[in-house]
Design a protein around this ligand. Structure first.
Ligand SMILES: [Zn+2]
Length: 230
């Protein structure tokens, strides 16, 4: 049997049989050779308390035009509560695991929004960093006057400004020690989801150092969810 056939068969088997904590997994596309989905899913399940899977309606691994158009490899839809993970836009097992944990962070937001954001602590930490970023941009002579850096919601124009005008590499240097990766600066939701992903990847030290409030909140959430599912 060729590798391709094997992957097809594996995908098919997964498609027919696999669920994690009662959440069905659908695999609608062929998976690249460098990714072992079964292994990734096992690690994913083992990384998270069961409680996060509640009210999750499915995990779909597929190719969407939207992924290419927006240059993303996964998304979570709060409307249908499904994690959509790109089948082809994955470099490795670790890459797919990142995506799953990140999107699960967005699901956690819908389940525990009040607990996460209710006291405004994460918002304060995020805005403080946005102010730092604004200062760095000003020091480098960039004109940022058109943007409100205290607006914590996602703004596609700010996304373009940061990623296209400033550029990812420059942004990375500017935000080192401030944001785990530049993507975390785009909105309060991404700030949280990247923190959630890093926490469950086991990168506690960096998260604790760079985003102490966020680290504390994810730790508290972790305890709460574990307690609930006991
Ligand atoms: Zn996200």
């Amino acid at each position: 049997m060729s590798t391709k056939d094997y992957i097809k068969r594996t995908s098919k088997m997964i498609q027919e049989n696999v669920s994690i904590n009662q959440v069905d997994i659908d695999i609608d596309s062929e998976i690249p050779d460098n990714v072992n989905v079964a292994k990734v899913l096992t690690t994913f399940r083992g990384s998270l308390p069961k409680g996060y899977f509640k009210k999750l309606n499915g995990i779909k691994v597929l190719n969407l035009e939207e992924f290419d158009q927006r240059n993303i490899s996964a998304k979570y839809s709060a409307d249908d509560r499904i994690l959509y993970i790109s089948a082809e836009r994955q470099d490795s097992n670790a890459d797919m695991l990142d995506d799953l944990l990140h999107e699960m962070g967005h699901h956690a937001e819908t389940l525990y929004g009040d607990f996460i954001y209710g006291d405004g602590a994460i918002k304060d930490e995020f805005i403080m960093k946005r102010m730092q970023l604004r200062f760095e941009l000003g020091s480098d002579g960039y004109d940022y006057a058109q943007f409100d850096f205290k607006d914590v919601e996602y703004n596609p124009e700010l996304d373009d400004y940061l990623y296209k005008r400033i550029g990812k590499e420059k942004l990375k240097m500017m935000t080192a020690g401030m944001f785990i990766r530049p993507y975390q600066s785009l909105s309060i939701r991404e700030y949280f989801a990247v923190g959630f992903e890093q926490f469950y990847l086991g990168n506690h030290k960096t998260l604790h150092r760079d985003c102490p409030v966020l680290y504390k909140r994810v730790s508290e959430l972790d305890r709460k969810v574990k307690k609930e599912s006991r």
